[in-house]
Write a protein that binds this ligand. Structure first.
Ligand SMILES: [Zn+2]
Ligand SMILES: [Zn+2]
Length: 87
């Protein structure tokens, strides 16, 4: 994932909340591109959700069998015992 100031335009419209803002941030991740007025909106749109507790995974997270968890604890709760926190 890379984060960079949106180029060119002075004003942009947030993909999530529709707010117009003059310092947009553009986020690209895995081929998706989003333009946001805040990191809060970027997280809302781009961050995966923990497969166990549903919280937004904005840190390292852990991944197993294509599922993403916020922490190794959540992975263990659903039976993934091989994982440990990497953070
Ligand atoms: Zn927004
Ligand atoms: Zn979790």
């Amino acid at each position: 994932m890379s984060i960079a100031p949106a180029e060119g335009t002075a004003m942009g419209v947030c993909d999530v909340c529709g707010n117009t803002y003059d310092k947009m941030i553009a986020v690209t991740s895995g081929g998706m591109v989003g333009n946001f007025d805040s990191f809060e909106c970027a997280i809302q749109a781009m961050a995966p959700s923990c497969a166990h507790c549903g919280c937004r995974v904005i840190g390292h997270g852990v991944e197993s069998d294509g599922r993403i968890f916020c922490c190794a604890h959540c992975a263990r709760e659903v039976g993934e015992h091989a994982l440990t926190d990497r953070a």
